[in-house]
Design a binder for this molecule. Structure first.
Ligand SMILES: C[S@@+](CC[C@H](N)C(=O)[O-])C[C@H]1O[C@@H](n2cnc3c(N)ncnc32)[C@H](O)[C@@H]1O
Length: 266
């Protein structure tokens, strides 16, 4: 790919998602858009760029689908789920009956489902209005999230006891898959949302926000905007969890760091 085409593609990615790609990522972009080019019957990167430049949104969405990195897993960075359990238990003891959790870069849904399992464990069948909002920019990831079906490898961090309680085991020849049960899926609402473009349409106030392993792709300008909006949406005393490589140190924020990667709005 010539450098002018790559630069244009980088700009489109930044403008439409806030993702800052380094100059060294040309081979990665080239490999990931190859599939889109084949699907559209295009032979050169310049042709694909022209499609994007005259696009009404549809191809840009598919472009971001292939560019975004959707790696995730159940109970990833498990200290956040232990902390969530403590927060929900404390809320329940103080009689709070409405809880709002947001998985802000939900990818294929494992993060939101992990939070739903913790919530179910804490509240059981008690009449607590606990909802989880799962958002992502990738429509492809969200389709998988909404299906709630995972293979054996994706389920490796889910203990057998939780698999039995919350998943239906499905056999297809030699392949075993697991479908999340309606009690979990029913607590989760899935929406497409671009984190680089606040303000966001939800009303809040939120109790806990997972915004993990996505800010690494943003520059400080986009991060500052996002963190300010999360702060606005959280209720006083609410918590923000970030990924282990994402500190708020270099950002302008009123969040108080109470442990590494756990922040509170005072
Ligand atoms: C590496 S995954 C992290 C998933 C999960 N939060 C975790 O920690 O396991 C990053 C996710 O961020 C999403 N993403 C990237 N840019 C985004 C944006 N501007 N708005 C919303 N989601 C975005 C990607 O589509 C991807 O699903």
């Amino acid at each position: 790919m010539d450098s002018a085409t790559f630069e244009r593609l980088r700009t489109i990615i930044y403008d439409s998602s806030g993702i800052s790609l380094r100059e060294t990522k040309e081979a990665m972009v080239s490999a990931r858009i190859a599939k889109r080019m084949r699907a559209l019957g295009l032979e050169t990167h310049e042709q694909y760029l022209r499609v994007l430049e005259h696009d009404d949104g549809g191809e840009t969405t598919r472009f971001l689908d292939v560019i975004s990195t959707n790696v995730t897993s159940f109970f990833r960075e498990s200290q956040h789920f232990d902390f969530l359990r403590d927060v929900l238990t404390a809320r329940q003891r103080s009689g709070i009956s409405k809880i709002r959790i947001w998985s802000a870069a939900a990818s294929t849904g494992e993060e939101a489902l992990s939070a739903a399992m913790v919530a179910w464990d804490v509240f059981g069948a008690r009449p607590v209005d606990c909802k989880i909002l799962a958002t992502d920019i990738s429509t492809r990831a969200l389709v998988k999230a909404q299906q709630g079906i995972y293979d054996e490898l994706q389920m490796e961090n889910v203990p057998e006891q939780l698999r039995r309680r919350f998943f239906v085991r499905m056999r297809d020849g030699n392949v075993t898959r697991y479908r999340a049960c309606v009690e979990l899926m029913g607590r989760i609402v899935y929406r497409r949302l671009n984190l680089s473009r606040p303000p966001f349409p939800m009303r809040g106030p939120l109790d806990v926000v997972f915004c993990r392993n996505v800010m690494i792709y943003f520059d400080n300008e986009v991060r500052n905007r996002l963190i300010k909006e999360i702060y606005r949406l959280l209720q006083p005393g609410g918590y923000l969890f970030t990924g282990h490589a994402e500190s708020l140190n270099s950002l302008k924020t009123d969040f108080v760091c109470i442990r590494p990667t756990i922040y509170q709005k005072h």
